[in-house]
Write a protein that binds this ligand. Structure first.
Ligand code: FMN
Length: 569
C-alpha cells in the first residue's frame, strides 16, 4: 500500500478569530504563487478516488423518463423570460429540468478508461455538487410531497423523505401554485481528494455553475427561480436530510449550500417561506443511507472544515438592493437579441470545456459584446440568470483580449456594476487608459485599459495553461471582496464564488451559441493576476478565470451517449 505523507496541519487561526478573519486567512493560505501552489497531495491517490455518484440505497428510485430530444426552443429565447408560456408541473417537466441542469451529457472513453460529463461543469470533473428537489405530489413521481435526491447516472430521483401533506401545503401557501424547491450541497472530499486545501473554492465555483444551470433549465420551461439567500445552513440541512448523522455513518457528509424556489411566476415575497422553514416541522419520514465514496481518506483537509464552518449561513433578512441605475436591455445589447444559431437544448446539452484552444480563431465584436452584455443584470431585474440572485454584481472582469475583430488586443475591464467604475479605477494601475470602447452598445461598461499582446501574460498567470492565451479572449474575475464580507458577513464568501460560477456558466453557453468553446480556469496565480491589473490592496481579489475561443478537439477520445436507454417516442 502506498504511504501518503500527511500535510502539516495548522489551524487557520486561533480559536477566538472571527469568521471574517478565518475566511481571509483561508483565502490567503490557498493562493497559488509562482514559487508554490496551495497545499495538496501533489499526486493522485488512485486507491481512494471518490465515487462521482452519491446514492442513497434504501430510498425508492423513481426513474425520470428521458425527455424526447430535439426541443425547438431557440437558445436566445431563454433570456426572453415572460415572452413564453410556462410548462405545467409534471413528471415530464421535472425530468426536463434535471436533464438540462445536472444530468449526464456524454460518456468519454480513452483506451480502458471511461468517464462521464454533465450539463454542469466541474473543476477536475470531480463533481462535488449534489442536487435535490422538494416536490409536491406529482403523477408518475409520487403520491405525497417528498424530498428527492437527483441521481445523474440513472437520471432518476431518490425519494429520501415523504412529507406530511398538510405541512407541505402550509410551507407553500404564500407561493403560486406549482412552486417547489431545489437545493444543492457539496461533498468537499470529492474535490479535496485531488486539489487539497484550495478545493473549498472549487466546490463553491461548482455550486455557482449548478445554480446557473438550474436557473437556465427552469427558463427553458418558462419558470422562474429565486435563491433563498436568507435561510440558514442548518435549516437547509434539516430540510434536505444532511443533519441526519445516522443516514451517513462513515459515508462522506454533505455540506448544505443553498435552497431556491422554482415557480411558474415570480412571487412578490418569500419571507414567509423562511419563517415556516425555521420551524422545521415538515413531518418527514426518511429512508435511505448514503453510500461511501472512498474506501478511506488518508488525508483530512481540516482547513476546509474550518472555512466551511466560518461561512455557514445563519438566518438573515433577505438581501434587497437597488438596480435602478443599471442599463436597460436596449442599452446593453443595442437591439435585443432575437435570433441565433442554436436551440437551447443543443447549447445546454452540447456544452463542453475546451481542453486546448487553436490559437487562431477570432470572433466578431458583435459576438464579444453580446457575450459580455449577457453578464450584466438589467434595470428591470428580469435578465436571466441574474434574476435568481438579489445582490448587485460583486464580480467584475479584467479581460485579456487576443482575437476579437475590430477590438485591439490588450487589457480591458468590464464593470458589471456601473456604480463600481470609480472604485475599480481607483484600485487599478494609475496609467490605465479607461477608454470607452466606442463601437460597443452604450450600456455596456467595457473599457480599454492598455493595448498590447497579452497572450503570454494570460497563460502565465493562469498557471501556465495555454488555453488562456490561445483563445479569443480570457479573463480574471475580480471580486469586490472585503466590502462584500463587511456588508453581508463571512457566509457571503461563498456567494462571491457562486456569482463567479454563474458568470462562467453564461459564458459556457454563450460560447456554444457562438460556435466556439470556453473553459473555466480555477488554477491561476492569485497575486500575479492582481499585479497585472495593479491591484495591491487585499480588498479586491481574483476569484476565477475563464477562457473563450476556438477549440482543438481531442480526437483520441471516443464519445458515447449519456444514457443507453432509448428516449420515449
Ligand atoms: C471551477 C472550475 C475550474 C476549472 N479549472 C480548470 C483549469 O484550471 N484548467 C482546465 O483545463 N479546465 C478547468 N476546468 C474545466 C473542467 O476540467 C471541466 O469542466 C471538466 O473536466 C468537465 O468537463 P466539461 O466541462 O466538458 O463537462 C474547470 C472547471 C470548473 C467548473
Amino acid at each position: 500500500m502506498t504511504t501518503i505523507s500527511k500535510p502539516s496541519y495548522r489551524h487557520l487561526l486561533d480559536a477566538d478569530a472571527s469568521p471574517e478573519e478565518l475566511v481571509i486567512a483561508y483565502h490567503e493560505r490557498t493562493k497559488h504563487f509562482f514559487h508554490r501552489y496551495a497545499a495538496s497531495l501533489g499526486s493522485m491517490d488512485w486507491a481512494t478516488q471518490p465515487d462521482p455518484f452519491r446514492r442513497y440505497p434504501g430510498a425508492d428510485l423513481v426513474r425520470l423518463v428521458l425527455p424526447k430530444p430535439g426541443r425547438p426552443l431557440p437558445y436566445w429565447q431563454l433570456y426572453g423570460l415572460g415572452d413564453m408560456s410556462s410548462e405545467p408541473l409534471s413528471a415530464a417537466s421535472i425530468s426536463l429540468l434535471f436533464r438540462y441542469a445536472l444530468s449526464l451529457t456524454a460518456w468519454k472513453r480513452f483506451h480502458e478508461t471511461t468517464w462521464s460529463l454533465r450539463a454542469n461543469p466541474s473543476s477536475g470533473n470531480l463533481h462535488p455538487t449534489e442536487g435535490y428537489a422538494v416536490l409536491p405530489a406529482i403523477d408518475g413521481l409520487g403520491s405525497a410531497p417528498a424530498v428527492y435526491h437527483y441521481a445523474p447516472r440513472e437520471h432518476a430521483l431518490e425519494r429520501r423523505a415523504i412529507l406530511n401533506a398538510k405541512a407541505w401545503t402550509q410551507l407553500c401557501a404564500p407561493f403560486p401554485e406549482s412552486s417547489f424547491l431545489v437545493g444543492l450541497s457539496s461533498i468537499h472530499w470529492r474535490e479535496a481528494w485531488k486539489y487539497g486545501e484550495r478545493a473549498f473554492r472549487y466546490c463553491q465555483h461548482d455550486v455557482g455553475h449548478a445554480l446557473a444551470s438550474l436557473r437556465i433549465a427552469a427558463a427553458a420551461l418558462g419558470w422562474g427561480l429565486l435563491l433563498h439567500d436568507g435561510i440558514s445552513a442548518s435549516a437547509v440541512a434539516d430540510l434536505l436530510g444532511f443533519s441526519r448523522s445516522d443516514d451517513y455513518g462513515t459515508a462522506e457528509r454533505e455540506e448544505p449550500e443553498l435552497l431556491a424556489l422554482v415557480t411558474p411566476h415570480l412571487p412578490s415575497t418569500y419571507v414567509q417561506l423562511l419563517n415556516e422553514l425555521r420551524g422545521g416541522s415538515i413531518g418527514a419520514q426518511w429512508c435511505g443511507r448514503a453510500n461511501t465514496l472512498s474506501p478511506e481518506h488518508r488525508v483530512e483537509w481540516t482547513v476546509i472544515d474550518e472555512v466551511a464552518q466560518a461561512t455557514r449561513r445563519s438566518e438573515s433578512a433577505p438581501i434587497t438592493e437597488d438596480f435602478s441605475r443599471f442599463p436597460t436591455e436596449e442599452q446593453l445589447f443595442g437591439s435585443p437579441v432575437r435570433d441565433g444559431m442554436r436551440t437551447a437544448e443543443t447549447a445546454i446539452l452540447g456544452r463542453r470545456s475546451a481542453v486546448a484552444m487553436d490559437g487562431s480563431t477570432a470572433i466578431s465584436q458583435e459576438a464579444f459584446f453580446r457575450m459580455l452584455a449577457r453578464l450584466i443584470p438589467t434595470r428591470d431585474r428580469r435578465s436571466m440568470p441574474w434574476d435568481a440572485i438579489p445582490w448587485r454584481p460583486r464580480i467584475h472582469l479584467g479581460l485579456f483580449v487576443h482575437r476579437v475583430e475590430g477590438v485591439p488586443p490588450g487589457l480591458y475591464a468590464l464593470a458589471r456594476d456601473p456604480d463600481k467604475l470609480a472604485a475599480l479605477k481607483e484600485v487599478m494601475r494609475r496609467e490605465f487608459r479607461w477608454q470607452r470602447v466606442l463601437s460597443c452598445p452604450p450600456g455596456l461598461p467595457l473599457y480599454l485599459l492598455q493595448e498590447g499582446d497579452c497572450r503570454a501574460l494570460a497563460a502565465t498567470v493562469s498557471c501556465g495553461q495555454h488555453i488562456a492565451g490561445d483563445g479569443a479572449f480570457s479573463l480574471g474575475m475580480i471580486a469586490d471582496y472585503i466590502e462584500s464580507l463587511t456588508t453581508y458577513g463571512a457566509a457571503f464568501y461563498r456567494n462571491l464564488f457562486w456569482e463567479a460560477g454563474m458568470v462562467g456558466q453564461v459564458l459556457y453557453l454563450e460560447a456554444e451559441e457562438a460556435g466556439i468553446r470556453s473553459t473555466g480556469i480555477g488554477c491561476y496565480f492569485d497575486d500575479p493576476v492582481h499585479e497585472v491589473f495593479g491591484i495591491t490592496p487585499r480588498e479586491w481579489q481574483s476569484f476565477y478565470h475563464f477562457t473563450v475561443g476556438g477549440q482543438v478537439e481531442d480526437t483520441r477520445l471516443t464519445t458515447l451517449p449519456a444514457y443507453n436507454f432509448e428516449p420515449e417516442q
